[in-house]
Write a protein that binds this ligand. Structure first.
Ligand code: WTA
Length: 650
């Protein structure tokens, strides 16, 4: 059988377009939808909220905006787990696969969990959580690897109206502790460990460090890697034992549309991660419609989003989105190169994945490894590709398009943030165009603009800062947990209380499509992970031998950016051993992604007269760019030493 062509040849403007076959297949293919939504975005979202989501009580007010706060679907009652599970079972889809879980060890078989089975597990675990005292509004920490118990735990919280806060499993115990303290979680769900490239990794040890001195009273432990762990009686409980005892029925608790569904901690421009707050009704509405329209999910699709569930992408596209539309999602435990560099493509071929969503950093890595790995497998089941997390360069885009998509499949380049909850800028596969390096058009009902530093809109072909305007899309953050002030200062100060500042630079490709060029603040994207320079600086500076430090990103061929540290020591002697010690220290404080790629020991950091570290100059030093006027520094003499240390050739 010849595989269907879903895109046309590239036209003279550099665009690919959906073919008739794609337009016919797609859930939406009429471009008029954009104009219709733009005319009255509130009406558009209200219609979509009613059409896509089941409400136990209808909402009365669509949108309320009292700057800097906004609310959606007021008066409406809803339960997210009901929308992801019960309604599909009621509609007769109970036997359909909800999750196909592929374990890392190649000798373990994939496990299919149907909607009916997932619903039963979620009800049981919700009852188990209840048994541990969890009530509506309580916070529950989740520190789990890529195993289906993570969706069970998230949905069980949602069922009770409890608020989950997932922490990436590769983060350290210290990082987890900071999150548990901030969210004052009552229960933590974790596992004994997990497999990473064949080796079992202990997670419970980290969890033990983390819960010490926090409000966590019970820890639930999933047995996954067969690791011997210590279990404190009265505090630690095995997941399977609680499940065995739990009753099978737990009614979903209808909550207000604006009830908090989860917090997710992410890096900002300061050292401390902030708890992004997402509520229920608006979030579910966009999770649903972005899966329907942008990922174009149909009943026969198998959707694989490779993101870890510890990130927002994992929340929206490895849980709430695909399950709310009743799709089948693939969930993979392992690394892309274990046991070999073709593992992902083997998983695609074996499971006939149709919609595949990953990050540019992974694409660049595969491109570098070579075509022989994907070529080993039949990838013709794929009909749509997606990317997220950072700008994608033309070379990586074309490699993805040709080698993975066989030149037949559209790529949706989806721009969004932890804060936006769901994707906001991307082409729709039935409408197009698909343009390498261009994310595309704001989703219907979303008003995004590019402005200059005076907040004046820039024209076609011009660049500036990406902003969002009211009505702010329903899935967007409502605040920062326990920190309204920071919410205002981060997002609603740059251009005043009426404009959401994304922190990204962007450029109009034409009068409709946007190219996002990357962060303009102190946020780095390291292999798709979000980190702030301040966060890494705090970790380095917490080492007793460090007097002062500055961290800046350096461009990296595969990972997009990597952190580089400039360190002034407290009298200690610089050595390779100390360098390794500091790198390890950061890894322990935050996690492996934050580990500086290089550390330069220097005698002084360049400072302005007011004492601020000139990070811009450090960046220029690393990229051999002109350093600008160095005479205005407080310590111009430091520059020669810095040039020498970094091997500056500018
Ligand atoms: C960047 C990830 C260009 C951007 C969902 C944003 C992108 C930050 C894209 C948010 C894209 C995300 N093209 N840049 N398609 N998608 N970004 O919170 O800088 O981890 O502000 O959310 O990633 O990262 P976060």
């Amino acid at each position: 059988m010849v595989a269907t062509n879903w895109v046309t040849e590239r036209d003279k403007n550099g665009c690919f377009w959906p073919t008739e076959a794609m337009k016919k297949k797609a859930n939406v293919s009429d471009p008029k939808i954009y104009e219709k939504a733009a005319k009255d975005p509130e009406k558009f979202w209200a219609e979509k909220a009613k059409e896509g989501i089941e409400w136990s009580e209808p909402f009365k007010t669509v949108y309320e905006w009292k700057p800097p706060h906004y609310k959606w679907f007021l008066g409406g009652k809803i339960n997210a787990s009901y929308n992801c599970l019960d309604r599909h079972v009621k509609a007769g889809k109970g036997k359909k696969a909800a999750i196909i879980w592929v374990p890392e060890p190649a000798n373990e078989k994939a496990i299919t969990i149907t909607y009916e089975e997932l619903l039963e597990k979620v009800q049981k675990f919700a009852n188990a959580l209840k048994g541990l005292g969890v009530k509506k509004g309580d916070r529950v920490g989740i520190y789990l690897p890529m195993i289906p118990e993570v969706q069970v735990a998230m949905l069980a919280c949602a069922r009770l109206g409890a608020i989950h806060s997932v922490c990436f499993s590769a983060f350290s115990g210290e990082s987890l502790k900071a999150r548990l303290l901030d969210s004052t979680a009552r229960v933590l769900v974790t596992s004994d460990g997990y497999y990473r490239r064949g080796a079992p990794i202990n997670l419970k040890n980290n969890a033990d460090i983390a819960v010490e001195g926090t409000s966590v009273t019970s820890v639930v432990v999933v047995k996954r890697a067969g690791i011997e762990v210590s279990m404190k009686p009265g505090k630690d409980y095995w997941f399977h034992e609680l499940m065995d005892k739990a009753s099978k029925e737990c009614k979903p608790e209808p909550v207000d549309s604006e009830h908090m569904l989860f917090t997710l901690y992410t890096s900002g421009t300061t050292g401390k991660p902030k708890g992004i707050v997402h509520e229920t009704g608006g979030y579910m509405t966009q999770a649903y419609w972005s899966c329907k329209w942008t990922f174009d999910l149909h009943d026969d699709d198998i959707f694989w989003c490779t993101a870890d569930v510890g990130w927002v992408t994992g929340h929206t596209y490895n849980c709430y989105g695909p399950l709310s539309v009743g799709a089948t999602m693939l969930f993979f435990e392992g690394a892309p190169d274990f046991p070999d560099k073709d593992r992902w493509w083997q998983v695609v071929a074996e499971n006939k994945v149709t919609v595949f969503y990953t990050a540019p950093t992974a694409i660049r890595m595969f491109a570098l490894w070579g075509d022989q790995y994907p070529k080993k497998h039949n990838l013709e089941s794929i009909r749509l590709l997606g990317t997220v997390g950072e700008p994608i360069d033309e070379e990586a885009w074309m490699w993805y398009f040709k080698t993975i998509g066989g030149g037949r499949c559209p790529i949706v380049d989806t721009w969004w943030q932890t804060e936006t909850g769901a994707l906001l800028i991307s082409e729709l596969p039935g409408i197009g165009p698909f343009i390498p390096t261009v994310a595309g058009r704001p989703f219907p009902g979303v008003t995004a603009e590019i402005v200059d530093d005076q907040c004046k809109a820039v024209g076609k072909g011009e660049g500036g800062f990406l902003i969002l305007k009211t009505p702010f899309p329903p899935a967007m953050l409502r605040t920062i947990y326990n920190d309204d002030e920071k919410y205002v200062s981060t997002y609603f100060t740059e251009y005043g209380p009426k404009i959401y500042f994304t922190g990204d630079g962007a450029r109009w490709f034409d009068d409709k499509n946007i190219r996002v060029t990357g962060r303009v603040d102190d946020v780095m994207k390291v292999a798709g992970h979000r980190l702030s320079t301040g966060e890494v600086e705090n970790a380095v500076a917490s080492h007793p031998k460090v007097s002062e430090c500055a961290v800046v990103p350096r461009p990296h061929e595969i990972k997009n950016e990597v952190p580089i540290a400039f360190v002034v020591l407290k009298g200690a002697v610089a050595s390779d051993a100390l360098k390794a010690e500091l790198m390890d220290h950061v890894k322990k404080q935050i996690g492996p992604t934050a580990k500086p790629e290089e550390i330069y020991f220097v005698s002084e950091l360049p400072k302005t007269r007011s004492g601020k570290i000139m990070r811009r100059m450090l960046k220029s030093l690393l990229t051999n760019k002109p350093l600008g006027d160095t005479t205005t520094l407080q310590n111009p003499h430091a520059v020669d030493h810095l040039k020498q240390a970094t091997g500056y050739k500018g």
